[in-house]
Write a protein that binds this ligand. Structure first.
Ligand code: PMP
Length: 465
């Protein structure tokens, strides 16, 4: 990459970025002082920056690039589609072949209760759609008091008004006076951080039964739905104990509330099943999707709508006053179709279940022996390392929370590995095409990062030398 610094003058790009670009989830003042990292190229699981440095993309972009970067056949499919039909809407009694083909394909790939999709451009828009759809469903069913949606603290469902409200990120709620009325949050099934002396099994049941308690408290006839991610991603790759999901499903069924399983991260093979709900054996009524649907090549999301909900809209609904200019955008549908074709042809879901998943998990869990790591967990190809000041003592965390995670993340970048930090845990979610050699490389870089972080903490006296 010797020519890269001429092609991409880093300082100049940073200055223009600082002058004109407000980044998502960023302290813009701090970033502008430091200068952004400029990513210029990507291929397979590798990224290149404007100085020619290479990084293993341990986050698959932002939990989305299942098929890896630089797949020509997706670019070609989009190119062809744009020449044939660049854009037309799907409002006003119109449709087009790519939206029809993708809707049909999704009905085939998703669990049997799903035969219809409502298209959006993102996961956040999908959850805004869920918000309106859930409430309208109960109106249609003659139960207009059923309006409250229950989510979880530290859940993430996007950053639009409904997404932020359904999610349980308090720092997000504080900006914009959220959540919206009619949203309630219960505890998360985070055994490592909040399980105390309970066994994971008992703690999982306790966390699930918070839902039952909340329904009783709020009044059973006022609760419309429960929304949750199969595994919380942005919250820190929180893998619920095995006892959790079956108990949640039982409660939703008994109390007749809709179960919304947010598959934006877990969908499309991340857990070694097509969808996270299949991994945990539950049957959602609504399923927001995005990210892996197109591997991030173009923005597209949607809500899978079960027959139960769709039939109410179709039989009693009249017009649903909801939709986006880019719902079912032809080029985005073409990208998604080409992406799904690759996932199927290369058996990426099976490979996560039987091959690269178990291979990486074994090595990742071995990082749990490191003195800085309290727990190393992974399902499919999504995992986390909990960094702790006193190994073996789950009650102690670094103070202030988040500093060590950020330090470790920066060290990881310096070691050529993209890991993300959440509080003081490090998370990964690499492309599903990761090879064994790349998995070895990923783990070697993660280990070096842990060693370097540990040494830095000792130097600073933040950990006993
Ligand atoms: N739901 C979940 C579970 C997510 O992880 C995300 C994004 N990280 C979203 C919804 C929001 O998706 P988007 O950023 O595409 O709006």
């Amino acid at each position: 990459m010797s020519g890269a610094s001429n092609l991409y003058p880093t300082k100049d790009l940073q200055a223009r970025d600082a002058a004109h670009h407000i980044h998502p989830f960023t302290d813009t003042g701090a970033l502008n002082r430091e200068g952004s990292r400029i990513i210029t190229e990507a291929d397979g699981v590798w990224l290149t920056d404007s100085d020619g440095n290479r990084y293993l993309d341990g986050m698959a972009g932002l939990w989305c690039c299942q098929v890896g970067h630089g797949r020509r056949e997706i670019a070609d499919a989009v190119h062809r589609q744009m020449l044939e039909l660049d854009y037309f809407n799907t409002f006003f009694k119109t449709s087009h072949p790519p939206a029809i083909a993708l809707a049909e394909k999704l009905s085939e790939l998703t669990p049997p209760q799903f035969n219809r999709v409502f298209f959006t451009s993102s996961g956040s828009e999908a959850n805004d759609t869920v918000f309106r759809m859930v409430r309208t469903y109960w109106d249609l069913m003659g139960q207009p008091r059923k309006k409250t949606i229950i989510g979880r603290w530290n859940g993430y469902h996007g950053s639009t008004l409904a997404g932020t409200s359904l999610g349980g990120m308090t720092a997000m709620h504080e900006q914009g006076d959220l959540p919206l009325p009619g949203v309630h949050h219960i505890a998360q099934p985070y055994w490592f951080g909040e399980g105390g002396d309970m066994s994971p099994h008992d703690f999982g049941l306790k966390a699930a039964r918070e839902l039952e308690r909340a329904i009783d408290q709020l009044g059973g006839d006022t609760v419309a739905a429960f929304i949750a991610e199969p595994i919380q991603g942005a919250g820190g790759v929180i893998i619920p104990p095995d006892s959790y999901w079956p108990e949640v499903a039982r409660i939703c069924k008994e109390r007749d509330i809709l179960l919304v399983v947010d598959e934006v991260i877990c969908g499309f093979g991340r857990l070694g099943t097509w969808f996270g709900s299949e991994y945990f054996g539950v049957e959602p009524d609504l399923m927001p999707i995005a990210k892996g649907l197109s591997s991030g090549y173009l923005p597209i999301g949607g809500v899978m709508v079960s027959d139960r909900v769709a039939d109410a809209f179709i039989e009693k609904g009249g017009e649903f006053f909801h939709g986006y200019t880019y719902s079912g955008h032809p080029a985005c549908c073409a990208a998604a179709l080409a992406n799904l074709e690759i996932i199927q042809r290369e058996n990426l879901v099976g490979r996560v279940a039987d091959d690269i998943g178990p291979y990486l998990q074994k090595k990742w869990r071995a990082l749990g022996d490191h003195p800085l790591v309290g727990e190393a967990r992974m399902v499919g190809l999504i995992g986390a390392l909990e960094l702790v000041p006193a190994k073996g003592d789950r009650s102690r965390a670094f103070q202030p929370v988040g500093e060590v995670g950020t330090l470790c993340r920066d060290i990881s970048f310096a070691n050529g590995l993209v890991m993300r930090s959440v509080r003081d845990s490090m998370v990964i979610s690499p492309p599903l095409v990761l090879t064994h050699e790349e998995a070895d490389d990923l783990v070697a870089r993660a280990e070096r990062t842990l060693d370097d972080t540990y040494a830095a903490l000792k130097r600073d006296g933040r950990i006993a030398a």
